[in-house]
Every structure is written in structure tokens, then in C-alpha cells.
Design a protein around this ligand. Structure first.
Ligand SMILES: O=C(CO)[C@@H](O)[C@H](O)[C@H](O)[C@H](O)COP(=O)(O)O
Ligand SMILES: [Zn+2]
Length: 379
């Protein structure tokens, strides 16, 4: 190949790679933000069927056929952990059945016929189609319904016919088949991981609870959800970092302190004081606080890549939450460091469960109080 051609090829390659990776990241965030509730419902359905001893039949075309096989393999074999083998069959692998059914009944019947042969009441059909309109996938969903099976859909674009036909249907909001597929297999991996975690759990039900979070960010959790996540993080060997504050009138000092906190571990949980807690704590201050209500402060925090989870809390100090959640590292702003190296009030709580306290550097002149003062005196 002539040397000159390398330059434009490289430019094009970089542009394609950059678009694919950035769009993939954006889509993942958009999906998680918009469909966290549906994802939890899907997880519950998937884990519930397998924990009830029923089986899973998976099907789709092209890349989705590969996804069906991939997910089935994780279940029959294992995803990460050693556990019992789970019953899952990809309906895309038997070339004799596929060619015979296709030849004798038409391609539209390749999955439906197998569903009628193998599916039983209470089993789960996992239908995968990026368009949501492939006739053989739709026919198999109808066949699954006739057999009394549950149906879970993985789709894209606007979902096609699938949302109306499935018990739960996750729709990746994109028109790009490749990006949709990339998210589908991520969802498959999430299902397998949660399932393995729930199989280990002593309780009889899958561990992810469903609660309405319609307008909440998927990163915002309540205390029960946070403790559930903590259990998973512990099993996975994560180092959990906690920091808390008002995060009112957000500024670069806040961002830098969150970045510094995140470096102490692999998961950053940010505690945010409720409006009422701030009102009580700041009652003696000159400026009415908080300036921004908690919903807006949470929205700013959850939009930051560096923040993994946000918990709003009412209590004047985070001690009870620290003792329950037991983060490995509790971070405080350096302005809270007592003189002469004396311990901070929460130090004993953190030490009691084996955690440690770290102080976060401050940026001189960057605080909400000084910012408000400058605004008011016009300096
Ligand atoms: O993998 C890809 C494209 O990335 C293709 O093989 C793609 O899966 C095929 O065109 C499928 O036939 C598309 O079907 P569907 O996702 O709309 O049901
Ligand atoms: Zn593909």
C-alpha cells in the first residue's frame, strides 16, 4: 500500500474510533439514566425465572444470534463465580433444526417452532432484535406467549413491536445497530452478574429491589440500596470511598475534592445534606442556605463522571451512615482537619469497622461561602 494513503486512513480510523467510543459511552449513560427502572424489572424477571428452576430460551439474528449464544454460555457454564449450572438454550445453534424448519416452514418459523418444541410454562424467552421488527423474532415471541412463557426483550431504535409484546423490554435509544448490540451484551453481562450475586445471597429473592425512581437519576440511591450495593462491592473487592457535604453553589473546589476522593478507591459515594439539614446547620449564617434545592444539587453531582452514587441524608453528621455502609475511606475537606492532628468526630466510628480517614486538599479562595460573599459585595 502506498505510504501516503496511511495518513488519511489514520485520520478516518481515528474519527471512526472516536465516534464509536464516545457515542457508546454517551449511550450507556443515557440508557442507564432513562431505563434504570426497566433494567431492575428485567433483572428481577430473569433472576426470578432461573431461581424458580425454569429455563431460558434465547434467540435473535446475526449479531443478536451471537448475543443469544453468548448469554446462554454464561448461564450453562459460568459468568465469574463457580455455582450450579443454569438451564439456557440459544435457539440459533442447531443448524439441522434451523435449516429444516427454514426449508420446510419458512425462515419466519425458525425460532417459533423451537419455542413450541422446547418451551414450557414459566420458562423465559429472551428475544433480541435491534429493530424490534424481525418477523422470526416476533413469531417466536407469540409462540412463547402461547406456551405460557414469560418474555424479556432486548431491542433498539423505538423498540418496534417488542415493547407491546414482552413482559419487560429494554430499548437502547439509538438507530445504530452496532451500538445497540454493544449495549445488549453489556445488559446480558449485568444480568449474569446480578444473578450470580443473588444465588449467593441467603435470602429467597433476588437482591435488587424495585422502587419507583421515575424522576430520580440512576446514580441516586437510598440507604437500603446503598447497603445492598455495598454488599456487592465487598464481594467484588472494590475500595469504597465516601465523602459528604452540601455541594451548594458548586465550584471548582468541589470538583477537585471529588476527583481527589475518587483516587482513594474504585467507587465514590457522595453524601449530600438535605435542604432541611443545611437550614438547621446554617441557621446562624448571614446568607440564606441552601441557595439551590437538593434536587438540583443532586442533579449536578450525578452528572459528574467522577461520582458513582449519591445519597441524600438528613442527619447532622454522617456517623450513622458510615457505621452502616462502612466505606473503606471516609474523606473530609482539609478545613475539617483539627489542629495538632487530633482526630475528627467520625474517626472512632470509621476506625471501629476498620476504615480510614483522608483529608482532601482545598483550593484557596474557592468556597461557597466566599463565592456568595463576593457576589454580594460585588468584589
Ligand atoms: O451484527 C450485525 C450488525 O452489527 C448484523 O449481523 C445484524 O445483526 C443483522 O443484520 C440482523 O439481521 C439484524 O436483525 P435485527 O437486529 O433487526 O433483528
Ligand atoms: Zn454486529
Amino acid at each position: 500500500m502506498p505510504q501516503l494513503a496511511l495518513v488519511p486512513d489514520d485520520v478516518i480510523a481515528k474519527a471512526i474510533a472516536s465516534r464509536a467510543l464516545h457515542e457508546g459511552g454517551r449511550l450507556r449513560r443515557a440508557f442507564f439514566e432513562s431505563q434504570a427502572q426497566e433494567l431492575l424489572e428485567t433483572i428481577r424477571l430473569f433472576a426470578g425465572v432461573l431461581r424458580a428452576g425454569k429455563k431460558v430460551l434465547l434467540f435473535g439474528n446475526g449479531g443478536s444470534a451471537a448475543d443469544a449464544q453468548h448469554i446462554a454460555a454464561e448461564l450453562v457454564g459460568r459468568f465469574v463465580k463457580d455455582r450450579e449450572a443454569l438451564p439456557a438454550i440459544a435457539l440459533t445453534v442447531d443448524t439441522s433444526a434451523l435449516t429444516a424448519i427454514g426449508n420446510d416452514y419458512g425462515f419466519e418459523q425458525v425460532f417459533a417452532r423451537q419455542v413450541r418444541a422446547l418451551g414450557q410454562e414459566g420458562d423465559l424467552a429472551v428475544a433480541i432484535s435491534t429493530s424490534g421488527t424481525s418477523p422470526n423474532v416476533i413469531a417466536a415471541i407469540h409462540a412463547a406467549r402461547e406456551k405460557g412463557m414469560r418474555v424479556m426483550g432486548l431491542s433498539g431504535r423505538k423498540g418496534g413491536q417488542m415493547p407491546a409484546l414482552c413482559d419487560t423490554c429494554l430499548v437502547v435509544p439509538s438507530n445504530d445497530t452496532a451500538r445497540i448490540q454493544e449495549l445488549h451484551i453489556t445488559i446480558g453481562h449485568i444480568l449474569c452478574e446480578v444473578l450470580e450475586a443473588s444465588l449467593e445471597a441467603p435470602r429467597g429473592e433476588p437482591k435488587v429491589e424495585s422502587r419507583p425512581k421515575v424522576s430520580r437519576s440512576a446514580k441516586e440511591v437510598d440507604l437500603a440500596e446503598l447497603m445492598e450495593l455495598r454488599r456487592l462491592w465487598r464481594a467484588e473487592g472494590h475500595t469504597v470511598v465516601w465523602t459528604n457535604g452540601n455541594f451548594d453553589v458548586f465550584h471548582i473546589g468541589h470538583l477537585e475534592s471529588l476527583r481527589a476522593a475518587r483516587k482513594f478507591g474504585t467507587v465514590l459515594v457522595v453524601g449530600v445534606n438535605s435542604d432541611e439539614a443545611i437550614r438547621v446547620a446554617k441557621a446562624a449564617k448571614v446568607h440564606a442556605r441552601p441557595v439551590f434545592p437538593v434536587a438540583e444539587r443532586v442533579e449536578v453531582l450525578t452528572a459528574l463522571e467522577v461520582v458513582d452514587y449519591v445519597l441524600v441524608f438528613d442527619e447532622p453528621t454522617p456517623e450513622r451512615i458510615l457505621s452502616l455502609v462502612q466505606p473503606d475511606v471516609h474523606c473530609k475537606g482539609a478545613d475539617y482537619a483539627p489542629p495538632n492532628g487530633a482526630p475528627i468526630p467520625e474517626a472512632a466510628t470509621v476506625a471501629a469497622y476498620g476504615g480510614r480517614v483522608e483529608f482532601l486538599p482545598l483550593i484557596p479562595g474557592r468556597s461557597s461561602t466566599s463565592t456568595l460573599a463576593r457576589l454580594l459585595d460585588g468584589s
